[in-house]
Design a protein around this ligand. Structure first.
Ligand code: ZN
Length: 470
């Protein structure tokens, strides 16, 4: 990792906070050891959207962050010794919770072409076969950097290109070094046959030694499940269940795959806390089965629309009592990781489908991107709202930008008008990772150069020639 652009005051503040004043930090210790975790901040005089039903919004509010956690929210808080962050003109809210992202495909941004043979699946399967662990690392750094820039503080890396244990290790290294909070869902190599298991020994090994990989609690492990296609994939499910790992599966995305959720329900494979992705083509019975089994759904409007799955049914799911989170899926289709745009798309799709201006409110959509997203990933006790005691994952959005002025209704502004560039500050686990609109701990130039070099070499090795190069 390159930590050449950190904020000197942040480093010094962190060192002073833990009393470690006897020597300058090495870059390595700064990346791994968390001296700045103990930094104390007071965000002063902001418009605070806590996304906690009991606390609500606080105009002219303060947020006190101490030891990586939300210490208090309210007005006129006292925190002597805390570094004050001026909240004037800022909306402060929990960081966005992203719920399904094939991070390794971030190198393939906008590479899904215009003809059948250049579509998303041929592209990702062909090029994906040629990935090296270094490519996983380059993709992971690019994805996490974009996520943090865009105000996403948690992502779900649905890794369906684990070609060998080194691939999972490289993906985890990227997540670790960038400082994002994430779940790593362990999957198969792309293009693997449906009757093969994932590397269960590596999954069990990782699980057994997870405290060495958890990056101070920021990272968790899950299963990227391919569904009940064969005895081998059922074995993946059983092992993950035995290990107590969360399970996530794509279902009912294509119209031709309708009925998949019903089959899972019939076989007793829908269990509480499980995640189903897309669920575009659902019968009322299937929606009821999701709700009664407390299965959560990840909706990714831009990939679902772009690839032609159909329209998301987020409002139907929400009305039925299903917990819904929002997701990026793959930049090969969605282009970017703009959670503001994802929220706006969902609201507009649902209101348009229902022909009802009031079908899905901005506030409800904002919940999907924060607290409900956290519930859908089973991490709501730690993040998703600015509730005292939770970890300090938050963003500050500058309302004085030309596309956000003037101040009207904050939830509407966030869903309808805000963009990633308006995210002034991002804090994860009490560490500032974006400040003044710039990433402070990630060398963006190096991340982008590495990703470009990786893709150039991948295209050469795979012979992937679309689009034609001059
Ligand atoms: Zn997906």
């Amino acid at each position: 990792m390159n930590l050449t652009r950190w904020n000197r005051r942040e480093v010094l503040g962190g060192l002073l906070a833990v009393g470690a004043v006897s020597g300058a930090p090495s870059q390595r210790s700064f990346a791994q050891g968390p001296p700045d975790t103990m930094s104390e901040f007071l965000i002063r005089n902001a418009y605070v959207l806590t996304m906690d039903a009991g606390l609500g919004d606080i105009a002219g509010g303060d947020v006190h962050v101490r030891a990586g956690a939300i210490a208090a929210v309210g007005r006129n808080l006292s925190a002597p010794g805390a570094e004050v962050l001026d909240g004037a003109g800022m909306l402060v809210l929990p960081g966005f919770v992203e719920t399904h992202w094939h991070v390794w495909t971030t190198l393939l941004r906008s590479l899904s072409g215009d003809r059948q043979e250049h579509g998303y699946f041929p592209t990702s399967r062909t090029v994906g076969t040629f990935y090296t662990p270094d490519d996983m690392y380059a993709a992971g750094r690019l994805a996490a950097a974009e996520a943090i820039y865009s105000g996403i503080t948690f992502l779900h890396d649905w890794c369906h290109n684990v070609r060998a244990p080194e691939y999972a290790a490289a993906a985890l290294r990227a997540l670790t070094e960038t400082g994002i909070r994430a779940r790593f869902a362990y999957g198969s190599p792309t293009g693997a046959s449906g009757d093969s298991s994932i590397d269960l020994r590596d999954l069990e090994r990782l699980h057994g030694a997870w405290n060495q990989h958890a990056n101070g609690g920021l990272l968790t492990l899950g299963l990227a499940w391919r569904g009940a296609a064969s005895p081998a994939t059922l074995r993946d499910y059983e092992v993950a269940k035995d290990l107590g790992l969360p399970i996530s599966v794509h279902a009912n995305n294509f119209q031709s795959s309708a009925g998949g959720i019903q089959q899972l329900a019939n076989r007793g494979l829908l269990t509480p806390g499980m995640q189903v992705i897309h669920a575009v083509w659902c019968t009322p019975e299937e929606i009821r089965a999701l709700a009664t089994n407390r299965v959560n759904v990840s909706v990714s409007p831009y990939s679902e629309l772009r690839i032609g799955f159909g329209f998301p049914i987020a409002a139907d799911l929400v009305e039925a009592g299903v917990t819904v989170g929002l997701s990026v899926d793959t930049p090969a289709l969605s282009g970017n990781a703009d959670m503001f745009a994802i929220m706006k798309a969902i609201q507009n799709i649902e209101n348009g489908r229902a022909r009802d201006e009031f079908k899905l409110t901005a506030r409800r959509v904002l919940e999907l991107a924060t607290i409900d997203g956290a519930r859908s990933m089973g991490i709501e006790a730690a993040v998703g709202s600015l509730t005292p005691g939770k970890r300090a994952d938050l963003i500050m959005v500058d309302t004085r930008a030309v596309n956000l002025a003037v101040m009207t209704e904050p939830a509407h502004m966030l869903v309808e008008a805000a963009q990633p560039a308006n995210v002034d500050t991002v804090m994860i686990d009490g560490r500032i990772i974006k400040r003044g609109g710039r990433l402070t701990r990630i060398d963006v130039g190096d991340v982008v150069d590495s990703a470009a070099q990786a893709l150039t070499a991948l295209r050469r090795r795979s012979g992937w020639s679309w689009p034609a190069r001059a």
